[in-house]
Design a binder for this molecule. Structure first.
Ligand SMILES: [Zn+2]
Length: 308
């Protein structure tokens, strides 16, 4: 996104967020949160440090309690007045380590990192590399998300070889992952081996992407890993069955919501906060209310189309 587009997007997001807040959507979401005794699951990819810190400080000011991954199960059963939030990060972006770690440590925030081990070993993300090469590609970028997994791996490899340019370093290193793992406040989850879209994988590839990568990740972090975040939030029944068979306790989607006692552990919600947005927009995303105007518009359109 060019700088001008980014600024326009920032401003539009700011105004939409202010409208949502003025309409009382955050207040209502906070009420729902309190009534459900649930946990607010907030996740990030590679957020700007200032935006991230401001959001964390808002939660602290509002007396939120930060919950660790291994406490989710028991915390959803406790009906008290504490407001609970769980923080996680996807992929393993290097700035999570260089920029955000001081904030996480300063406020002793327990956080979970969902890691794509192969990307960490190679130090780049294929989707990010493909995006950067967009103008020279014959395939539209979106096609890569729908391709059979083996085809995607071959095509990405070809793109890298043809460009003759080594991908930029985008992830933290294995050494940094191990340093994170030496802090008990952090926990780790699987995010597939190569950041594969799991619904595009056959059974053999699932073994590679999930079971094999889990063993490697467990070796690096020195603990058992039994949680997974579906890359791009994509899953189906056979993937859920596969995860259960392989001892996974939790799997997280990208659907907004609250984690409550009645939630299905294999399709738990998470609210995505963008990398670069205003504080008000981040707040709307964190509470899962950002999609409300879009959902209302969709409902209105559906109703009118049916009546037409
Ligand atoms: Zn991801």
């Amino acid at each position: 996104m060019s700088l001008i587009n980014r600024k326009i997007r920032f401003l539009l997001g700011f105004f939409q967020a202010v409208l949502l807040i003025l309409k009382g959507q955050i207040r209502k979401a906070e009420q729902d949160h309190r009534q459900s005794h649930g946990i607010l699951p907030v996740y990030f990819h590679n957020p700007d440090r200032k935006c991230f810190q401001k959001l964390i400080e808002w939660f602290i000011k509002k007396d939120y309690v930060f919950i660790a991954l291994d406490k989710i199960e028991e915390e959803v059963k406790i009906n008290d007045n504490r407001k609970k939030v769980w923080i996680s990060f996807d992929d393993g972006w290097k700035e999570n380590y260089t920029e955000l770690l001081p904030v996480l440590k300063q406020y002793s925030i327990p956080a979970t990192f969902f890691i794509s081990v192969d990307c960490i070993e190679k130090r780049y993300f294929w989707f990010s590399y493909v995006r950067k090469q967009a103008s020279s590609l014959t395939n539209a970028i979106n096609e890569f998300w729908g391709m059979p997994n083996n085809e995607r791996i071959i095509k990405v490899q070809q793109i890298i070889e043809n460009s003759g340019k080594r991908p930029d370093i985008e992830t933290f290193s294995i050494g940094q992952l191990k340093k994170l793992a030496s802090c008990s406040q952090f926990s780790f989850g699987n995010h597939s081996l190569t950041h594969a879209i799991l619904i595009n994988c056959n059974e053999f590839e699932l073994d590679h992407e999930i079971a094999d990568s889990n063993k490697i990740l467990e070796k690096y972090v020195g603990r058992k890993v039994d949680a997974l975040a579906y890359p791009d939030g994509k899953y189906n029944e056979s993937i859920i069955k596969y995860l259960k068979m392989h001892g996974f306790q939790y799997a997280f989607t990208t659907k907004p919501g609250l984690i409550i006692e009645a939630s299905d552990n294999m399709i738990l919600p998470r609210n995505s906060v963008p990398n670069y947005a205003s504080f008000y927009e981040n707040l709307c995303h964190a509470f899962g209310v950002w999609q409300l105007p879009i959902n209302e518009l969709k409902k209105l359109l559906n109703k009118n189309i049916k009546n037409y």
